[in-house]
Design a protein around this ligand. Structure first.
Ligand code: HEM
Length: 281
């Protein structure tokens, strides 16, 4: 048993048709194992994280609420999240025995996801602080400090975070790749079914190419099961709730901001600060 299901094309060629659906369970169980192991680790093994504090930040005049996500960024997040859940359930419930007419809901949610991501790319590129979500040199220096502290090789404290910790940035990178993969392949797969966009044309590609498109769609799709579980788990962890709340109300308390973030690395707009402004999604 491999991870792909194969068939023989009319030309007698062996072609992949899609992934084996047991991978759904692998992705589901993988996500659950991750969160159990993580929760046990945090509860019993990890001490209070130590970070270097910067006394100059105490003098900053900060408002009681720190703006974190603009209304547009929040609307994008929740529309994208709704589309993602519809896509996951319509894709995988029928594969594990819950039969219903899923395809129409699936391509509609797929279209919503594709448009929302298109909006997000333009919004993040031109209106948000584009570089805030990509790993930079300080992230790598701090990651290496954390690893050396963990191994007991050094006592150097990492700095507090900028707007997004390295883990969030890496997560965003992986979700972005899987998301672009399902969208890119999904748009072509719409030629195989009846939609409102273009006439059906199952002969657009050879059987081999179609097979590879379905395989990529499926692999990125099951990957998104694990990624979604991990994301929701972090969103509901007690110490992360202020961050989750900020995705609803748009802001977080000054105390939380100063505890977790370095005001020199995440500069808040409108403060008497020498660096340029930063707003973000
Ligand atoms: C979380 C994101 C997504 C997941 C988990 C997902 C998963 C799946 C799965 C498992 C299938 C069944 C494929 C098969 O039978 O081999 C499928 C089919 C399909 N997907 Fe997605 N998909 C996602 C996003 C999208 C997007 C963004 C689009 C469109 C832009 C899309 C369009 C389609 C279409 C049209 C089919 C039907 C193909 C057919 O039955 O011939 N999907 N998807």
């Amino acid at each position: 048993m491999g991870i792909l299901e194969w068939a023989t094309s009319p030309l007698g060629q062996r072609v992949p048709i899609h992934i084996e659906w047991f991978l759904i369970w692998v992705a589901l169980i993988g996500g659950l194992v991750f969160l159990i192991v993580h929760a046990i680790y945090v509860r019993y093994f990890s001490g209070e994280p130590e970070v270097a504090s910067d006394p100059s930040t105490a003098a900053l005049k900060l408002p009681a609420r720190i703006p974190r996500h603009s209304l547009a960024a929040r609307l994008f997040h929740w529309i994208m999240a709704a589309a993602m859940f519809v896509l996951l359930f319509t894709a995988f419930l029928p594969k594990i025995g819950v039969e219903f007419n899923w395809i129409t809901y699936h391509w509609i949610a797929g279209t919503v996801l594709a448009i929302s991501i298109l909006f997000h790319i333009v919004h993040a590129t031109f209106y948000l602080d584009f570089w805030s979500i990509w790993p930079d040199r300080s992230d790598l220096e701090d990651a290496s400090k954390r690893i050396r502290r963990f191994l007991g090789q050094s006592k150097d404290s990492p700095r507090k975070f900028a707007k997004y910790p390295l883990e969030n940035k890496l997560y965003h990178g992986v979700v972005m790749l899987s998301g672009l993969a399902v969208i890119g392949t999904g748009i072509f797969m719409m030629f195989r079914v009846r939609t409102i966009f273009f006439p059906r044309n199952p002969y657009l590609f050879s059987d081999m190419t179609w097979g590879m498109i379905y395989v990529l769609h499926g692999l990125a799709g099951v990957g998104l099961i694990t990624l979604t579980i991990v994301h929701v788990y972090f969103a509901i962890r007690p110490e992360k709730l202020p961050i989750t709340a900020s995705m609803i109300v748009g802001s977080m308390s000054r105390e939380f901001y100063l505890k977790e973030h370095d005001p020199n690395r995440w500069v808040i707009k409108g403060l008497s600060h020498h660096r340029s402004t930063a707003d973000g999604d």
